[in-house]
Each structure stands twice: as structure tokens, then as C-alpha cells.
Design a protein around this ligand. Structure first.
Ligand SMILES: Cc1cc2nc3c(=O)[nH]c(=O)nc-3n(C[C@H](O)[C@H](O)[C@H](O)COP(=O)(O)OP(=O)(O)OC[C@H]3O[C@@H](n4cnc5c(N)ncnc54)[C@H](O)[C@@H]3O)c2cc1C
Length: 259
């Protein structure tokens, strides 16, 4: 049974879109429809009734949270489910990395930008549930709704938006001998921890934005080497220029030597 904090309407109530929805939900239980609560009304009281959401969004990253902002501006009841934490990659993969390409900020830390997205969606009255992994979605033609199954239960929605980005985060492996044994013991996937890297030799594998930014993030505290399997860096020119002007050692497919 879905649990929702907000304002509920009686079964069969006309919605904002003017539709009458069926009055029976899962197992024939009466259905109460989620009315579009104004932000001020959200979290007033707790209800334990079946709710049909206007919009259910899978994934609370920047895309899902932006979608929620606009569905709430249309006063549609909106539920976001995220298998990890709200904020997507900003919160899960690079909270301590500065983001330089978000308009209106000179730069903003990943965790701060992620929190801004979440705060705004919350303020608009979207319901966000974390650590709830969606495992199945299926259409129920008879009831004219979509059933969404998660690790915590089943939800009903009129429409579903899939905003799962890169999916549940699984780092891409290099598939080389020793990788499994060293994982977590000197071998890490993701942005390096600046504090933990102090005074160490850090070897970074990759040539895209993430690798270049990782190298730059620890260049002042560690002895950094960057290895890329292609001839050309794939990251932004600004990062490439910064790396070339720094003391970071690099090795590409063409060079096959330290530069
Ligand atoms: C190290 C790194 C640095 C980056 N730096 C920048 C940068 O400086 N500037 C920039 O513009 N971009 C940057 N990016 C890319 C940027 O973070 C992504 O483009 C952005 O996060 C995509 O947003 P999204 O909402 O589409 O997906 P995501 O952020 O991937 O969010 C998707 C969400 O869906 C959830 N999810 C997935 N599957 C399920 C499921 N089955 N059930 C429930 N939830 C699910 C995930 O947990 C996740 O929270 C960077 C990426 C990385 C990895």
C-alpha cells in the first residue's frame, strides 16, 4: 500500500484534468486520489491510503528533479523514487567536485548543486523517496493506469517518467588481472578523495572529463599520473589545457611514454 503525506481527495473526485478515475485499486480497495497539494500543505498529516499519482518519476537525478519541478508547477501530484539518494550522480559520484559548466555559477560543488535540485523539488511539493529501487513497470489497461513495482512495494500512476540517467551506478571495470583483489585497497572507482590522496602517488586511468577532473582535483596534493588508451583526450579543452600546464604526467596511446 502506498503511503503518502499530503492532501487526499475522496474516491471518484473530478481531477484537475476533468477525468473520473476508477474507484477500486489493488485488491479492490477504495482508491483516494492524490490532490495536487500546494507546497505549503505538504507534510501536513500522514495518510495510509492507496494513492494514484498523476506522475511517478523513476530516478531523482537532475533530470527527474527538473521534471518534478514542472509537473508540480502544473499542480500534478508527483512521486520520485530513487534507488540511491536524491541528487543523482552529483550526490552519489562527485559531491566534492566543483562543477564549472552550470549556467549562473562560476562554479558550484556537486553536493551543493544536487541539494539545490532536491530543495527546489521539495519546496514545490514533490514527494521524494530514496533507497527504493524500481524493478518493474506495467500498464493496467483495465484501470487505465501504470503499476510500478519497487523493492518497497507497488505504486499506481497515470503517467511514468523514466529519468534513470546512467542507471544504478556501476563503475566500468578495466578487466585486468589483480583488479578484483585490489578493489578498495588502493584501487578506487570515482573521484579521488583529496584528503586521502595527500602526499601519495596517484595513477588515474581514463581520458574523459571525469578522469581529467580527477587528476586536476588532486594535482596540488599528490604526485599524479594520467593514462589514456586513445590518442586524443576526450574531455573539455579547458581541462586539457590545465593539465598540459601542470606537473601531471600523462601517457596516451600515441606517446607510449611519459610526457
Ligand atoms: C565524475 C563525474 C563528473 C561529472 N561532472 C559534470 C560536470 O562538471 N558538469 C556536467 O554538466 N555534468 C557532469 N557529469 C555528468 C552529470 O552528472 C550527468 O549528466 C547527470 O547527473 C545526468 O542526470 P540524470 O538525472 O539524467 O541522471 P543521474 O544523475 O544518473 O540520475 C539518475 C538517478 O536514477 C536513479 N536510478 C537508476 N535506476 C533506478 C531504478 N531502477 N530505480 C530507481 N532509481 C533509479 C539513480 O540512482 C540516479 O540517482 C559528471 C558525471 C560524473 C560521473
Amino acid at each position: 500500500m502506498s503511503r503518502w503525506t499530503g492532501v487526499l481527495e475522496k474516491p471518484g473526485t473530478m481531477t484537475h484534468a476533468g477525468y473520473h478515475f476508477p474507484r477500486r485499486g489493488i485488491n479492490g480497495a477504495p482508491v483516494w486520489y492524490a490532490r495536487m497539494p500546494s507546497p505549503a500543505r505538504v507534510n501536513h498529516g500522514t495518510y495510509n491510503r492507496i494513492v494514484i499519482w498523476d506522475i511517478l518519476i523513476i530516478g531523482a537525478g537532475p533530470a527527474g528533479l527538473s521534471a518534478a519541478l514542472f509537473t508540480r508547477m502544473r499542480r500534478m501530484s508527483t512521486l520520485l523514487l530513487d534507488t540511491a539518494v536524491a541528487g543523482g550522480q552529483l550526490a552519489s559520484l562527485y559531491p566534492k567536485k566543483p562543477v564549472h559548466d552550470y549556467p549562473s555559477y562560476t562554479y558550484v560543488m556537486g553536493e551543493d548543486l544536487g541539494k539545490n535540485f532536491v530543495d527546489q523539488a521539495n519546496h514545490m511539493g514533490a514527494e521524494i523517496r530514496e533507497r527504493e529501487h524500481v524493478t518493474m513497470i506495467r500498464r493496467d489497461d483495465e484501470q487505465n493506469l501504470i503499476r510500478v513495482t519497487s523493492t518497497k512495494g507497488e505504486h499506481e500512476a497515470r503517467s511514468v517518467i523514466v529519468a534513470t540517467g546512467g542507471g544504478a551506478f556501476e563503475p566500468r571495470k578495466i578487466n585486468k588481472p589483480g583488479e578484483a583483489e585490489l578493489k578498495g585497497k588502493g584501487l578506487f572507482y570515482g573521484m579521488p578523495d583529496v584528503e586521502a590522496s595527500k602526499g601519495k602517488r596517484v595513477l588515474i586511468i581514463g581520458g574523459g572529463d571525469s578522469a581529467l577532473e580527477s587528476a586536476l582535483s588532486v594535482k596540488d596534493v599528490a604526485d599524479v599520473t594520467l593514462i589514456h588508451m586513445l590518442d586524443k583526450w576526450q574531455g573539455m579543452d579547458t581541462y586539457v589545457e590545465e593539465i598540459q600546464a601542470s606537473k601531471i604526467r600523462t601517457m596516451t596511446a600515441r606517446s607510449r611514454r611519459w610526457s
